[in-house]
Design a protein around this ligand. Structure first.
Ligand SMILES: Nc1ncnc2c1ncn2[C@@H]1O[C@H](COP(=O)(O)OP(=O)(O)OP(=O)(O)O)[C@@H](O)[C@H]1O
Ligand SMILES: [Mg+2]
Length: 266
């Protein structure tokens, strides 16, 4: 069974893209066949792997009236286990284009169906909004991972996300599971980071991953060199922490698989 993992938080700049890129790269390094899908109109994840190419079909075309096949959009990377489906600015138009179409929330799920079995992990980088793109991601996903920045007011916005998660579970996708919450941009020297860590732990309990992602300039620099943190700075704290987080994610996904399997058998 493929894990389709939405990385979502409607708050901007909390590390969704950094987490999506480096988790996907870490899965690939662990020999998991991995697809990173860029659903953000800013296309930051795509730009980390390729230069923008206007002639190339992107995720935008998958949502079109006559949709392009996912298989035609997916591009290889330097890592033979890592593939990327690029996004582009035009994705921002979908909010209006899909408004009122009854199947709008299901476009991505339908598009993924034919390629699902080709991957162990599919990671979805989502935009900082709870609009139609994020809803499509959650409808198509088996799991949700929420990055939360260690900063004041970090938790406030998560109410809306959790409400959307609940609504998607109650109707279109009852199998969606909250895999966990990860603290990002952590700075152990500051009281703000320590306080918010405590607050996040109190709010999310066991859902909180043990691994925290610290502030690390290598994580910020690597996209500019078109590299993941693992090739750009393999010994950095960013590389170490994302490797550990990937291990925790894989463990939780595998435990969940066993639980689902035994529920099915019962
Ligand atoms: N752990 C980190 N250490 C240092 N810089 C980081 C870290 N995580 C992310 N950044 C930087 O912070 C900025 C925001 O991160 P990122 O783009 O991953 O967030 P995002 O949630 O995807 O943002 P958006 O909501 O705009 O899509 C980027 O410049 C990124 O390089
Ligand atoms: Mg982003």
């Amino acid at each position: 069974m493929t894990c389709v993992l939405s990385v979502a938080n409607q708050k901007g700049g909390v590390g969704k893209t950094t987490t999506s890129i480096n988790l996907a790269a870490a899965f690939a390094l662990k020999k998991k066949r991995t697809l990173l899908i860029d659903l953000d109109p800013q296309a930051n994840a795509s730009i980390t792997f390729f230069s923008p190419d206007e002639t190339q079909a992107t995720m935008y075309d998958v949502f079109a009236e006559h949709p392009a096949e996912m298989a035609k959009i997916i591009r290889p990377t330097k890592d033979p286990n890592l593939f990327v489906a690029p996004g582009r600015l035009a994705l921002a138009r979908l909010e209006q284009q899909l408004a009122g179409q009854f199947d709008a929330p299901f476009r991505l799920k339908d598009a993924l169906a034919p390629i699902l079995k080709s991957y162990d992990y599919i990671v979805l980088d989502t935009p900082p909004a709870l609009g139609i793109l994020t809803v499509n991601a959650l409808v198509a996903s088996t799991h949700l991972l929420v990055p939360i920045q260690a900063a004041y007011f970090a938790i406030e916005g998560t109410d809306d996300l959790l409400e959307t998660y609940g609504r998607i579970r109650s109707r279109p996708n009852p199998d969606l599971k909250m895999l966990g919450v990860v603290i990002t941009l952590y700075d152990k020297r500051t009281n703000i980071s320590r306080d918010t860590h405590e607050q996040i732990r109190a709010t999310f309990g066991n859902a909180l991953f043990k691994t925290r992602i610290s502030k690390n300039v290598r994580l910020e620099e690597s996209p500019a060199y078109k590299e993941t943190v693992f090739t750009y700075a393999p010994k950095s704290s960013g590389a170490e922490e994302y490797k550990k987080l990937a291990q925790e994610v894989i463990q939780r996904v595998e435990e969940d698989r066993v639980t689902r399997h035994s529920q099915d058998a019962a």
